[in-house]
Design a protein around this ligand. Structure first.
Ligand SMILES: Nc1ncnc2c1ncn2[C@@H]1O[C@H](COP(=O)(O)OP(=O)(O)OP(=O)(O)O)[C@@H](O)[C@H]1O
Ligand SMILES: [Mg+2]
Length: 338
């Protein structure tokens, strides 16, 4: 069920704020600093108990206050509340302490699209690796556990590398474990990315059939023992992990060209919009849960044609849309398009 009401107390610049939402489109308009991103951040925080723009929950507590409070109510009267101070955080669902993230995900799941997502095309591989991880998490309940196992192995290996114990039998065991878990995560990543690609292509073919989009999975793979041996040697020198499924990445081609170096800024933005929309579409949800698409000031550089394409796509997808934009000018543009 869609989000119907949000109450904020001492959150960012808001002392006390109550907002109501429509089930489909919601435009959050206002001048710079009005609190638009803060509203999206509060919705995201309700879903994940973490922010998309700050690792530190103190940043979200209104200056001079001790704690913030968020209460989100869905149309079916489910209520998620979060109270957080510097020391602690309490998440409740319908008045009872939440037991897991899964429980919240069974009520609503949000995806954020923001300016810095352009890094999926223009940035470093780290952004794409994170995207892959998030994609897997949104598509499968098992992903979190798998990545937790992988992380544990990576920490053990790194410690041994730092202790210069790369020749020890212990290191050999962790390397074997790493290869084993990596095979299973890699397989899941490939399937998740294929699903995303199929959806992205469907979206594109409906609106701009002449455009070809390709997403190529890049596996951290060793074709022979010699290649693996030289990477292990590098790991020894650098004292850090260089192998594992967390190193897998992907490349985006647009009109058969590398989107990073060939596509225009507007084209890159449309591609990122499509990738994130496909991510949202591929997200698994329990019956009754609602997907929420949070879009924070992303359309500003698009011309009216591309902006119109994005709006048409948004009209088709089954999600509640919360779109933050800075100017009144865009409000007029949107009303013309809807
Ligand atoms: N902890 C805090 N306490 C009080 N004010 C804060 C806190 N954190 C941020 N702010 C202020 O809240 C205001 C709202 O920020 P927000 O990023 O939500 O604005 P916005 O409407 O998205 O602006 P823009 O159009 O520039 O993106 C800003 O002026 C910011 O300085
Ligand atoms: Mg903002």
């Amino acid at each position: 069920m869609p989000l119907s009401q949000l109450i904020l107390k001492n959150f960012r610049s808001f002392s006390s704020k109550e907002l109501r939402f429509y089930p489909e489109f919601n435009f959050i308009l206002g001048c710079n600093g009005a609190g638009k991103s803060s509203v999206l951040e509060a919705v995201y925080y309700t879903c994940y108990a973490s922010s998309f723009r700050s690792a530190n929950k103190e940043d979200m507590i209104k200056d001079g206050e001790q704690a913030f409070f968020i209460q989100a109510t869905t149309e079916s009267e489910n209520e998620i509340s979060i109270g957080a101070s510097a020391e602690e955080k309490v998440v409740k669902i319908n008045g009872h302490p939440a037991t897991s993230h899964k429980e919240i995900a069974s009520i609503m799941r949000a995806i954020i699209l923001q300016q810095k997502d352009i890094n999926l095309i223009c940035g470093y591989n780290e952004d794409k690796k994170l995207f892959l991880k998030q994609l897997l998490y949104l598509q499968s309940d098992d992903a979190n556990k798998q990545y937790a196992k992988l992380n544990k192995i990576l920490i053990q290996r790194k410690t041994l590398l730092e202790q210069k114990k790369a020749s020890s039998p212990e290191f050999q065991i962790w390397t074997e474990k790493l290869i084993e878990i990596s095979q299973s995560i890699t397989q899941a990543q490939k399937i998740a990315l294929e699903k995303l690609t199929t959806i992205a292509k469907e979206i594109i073919s409906t609106f701009t059939p002449q455009i070809i989009l390709e997403i190529k999975f890049e596996e951290n793979k060793y074709h022979n023992l010699q290649e693996l041996r030289s990477t292990l040697e590098k790991e020894r020198v650098l004292e850090k992990n260089l192998i594992g499924a967390n190193q897998n990445c992907f490349e985006v081609k647009f009109k058969n060209k590398d989107a990073k170096h060939y596509s225009s800024r507007g084209e890159q933005k449309v591609i990122v919009f499509i990738l994130k929309t496909a991510m949202l579409e591929s997200t698994q949800i329990k019956t009754g849960a609602k997907k929420i698409f949070l879009i924070d000031d992303f359309f500003s550089e698009l011309d009216p044609k591309n902006f119109g394409i994005c709006l048409d796509i948004l009209k088709k997808i089954n999600a509640q849309k919360l779109i933050a934009m800075p100017t009144q000018d865009l409000e007029i543009k949107i009303q013309e398009n809807l």
